[in-house]
Design a protein. Sequence first.
Length: 516
Amino acid sequence: MSETQNEPHNAGEPPQSDLDYKINLLFGGVVVRKDLVKAVKGNAIVPSYVLEYLLGQYAASDDEATIQAGIETVRQILAEHYVHRSESELVKSKIKERGRHRIIDKVAVTLNEKADVYEAEFANLGIKGVIVDSPIITAHPKLLVGGVWCICDIEYFHTEDQRVVPWILGSIKPIQLSRFDVDQYLESRRGFTTDEWIDLLMQSIGFNPEMFSRRGKFFQLVRLIPFVERNYNLVELGPKGTGKSHIFSEFSPHGMLISGGEVTVPKLFVNNANGRIGLVGYWDVVAFDEFAGKKKRTDRALVDVFTDAEVLALLGGTDRLSPRFRAVTWRTLIGLLAATGLRPGEACHLTVGDVDLANGVVQVLDTKFGKSRLVFLHPTTTTVLGHYLQVRHDWVGGTVRACPAFFVNRRRAALDPDRLGVTFKQVVAAAGITIRPGHRPPRLHDLRHTYTVTTMLDWYRDGHDVQGRLPLLSTWLGHVDPASTYWYLHAVPELLALAAGRLDAPQVTPSEGPAS
């Protein structure tokens, strides 16, 4: 649940509507403001419900001082305990030196039949073979099917026996509600009218209900039906990147999203050979993302965008590149393109002098159509670029004159824009991202599309004046004129639907804020 995001009447605190007041009154202590999720997320690639869980622990209040203190606490927890894939070795070292350390990571467990033990694999930390006691599996069986985001205490104890994994699972706590009072929930529900409840549900999934017509609200809420109705099958047709999978990946820890590829009947239901229960037996909802049929003709006008999970997979796919410096270069390049929307060629032509880490600014000079512009960096992006500069210094040497390019290859020369596609194909293959029927192969340039579409969708969902902001986005992207940016409204069906929804939505004053 959340409060709507309206124009702030003082620093940091949005005014409460009558509905917001009623929500806090009837659901006191369990209300999380959706706008706070963005405030704490940074570059942590985790589902929204993970951050909402943490905010619910520390910032579930309508008191602004309590909320701000809670936000700071959650930021500290993420900074100290969330495992970034690029910092996995640093976290491993921390565990070794301290002997015990708490982490937030996605954990998947498998049964090692030969050894007759359960073994855990940590997605971001990159360790596996960690022994898990049977009572933990009995209490949390979903660990066996797809993995669960957890808060874990990991210990380190090395022995001379090389067969023994030095990592020890001290404790594990899945990130989900430990209890749910149905009677209290139903009693609180009686305090809302039907229209108020519809708006509350819209806010709960991250939308401002004032920006939607009644019909538009139903289009969004119909995706929730599989979470509450048994044996309910729902098919939603639309191109990639239109928001079909957002609810199933971000909204609830009780849903499983399968992105691309095929799932066998045994994996979905039950394996008759060993009696192992499949996904449907453990998850309330199983959703398939981009589940396409047989061969279709590729639509060249289609905008292909990556999901958060696919971007994370691409970053992980760079680990397969060698030497190590090449892997670090490509991980940093992909991260920069995803975070700023730069063209791949623009990133290749950056020099060390173009990147001002002290002020968090990148200077993009004489690019396509002869335009130049400044691109401002998020502090987390600045940190990553600073780390890359240190690694680059060790590889190239101290003198910039040797090679002024910011991104260099293993031969200590600037990256060649015309050769990027060859390496990116290797990264895509390592990431396990396949070519879906009706789509062209993934391209590095699609990260720019991803940034653009995500920014525009966030503006719509936050209730901003998107039409008024498009010229700003056009300048940011270096488009020759805003018409190139308006094209996305027609190329991405969800953007077109949201834009059309504004035509029959009530006219309200959109919330103000800095351009993303």
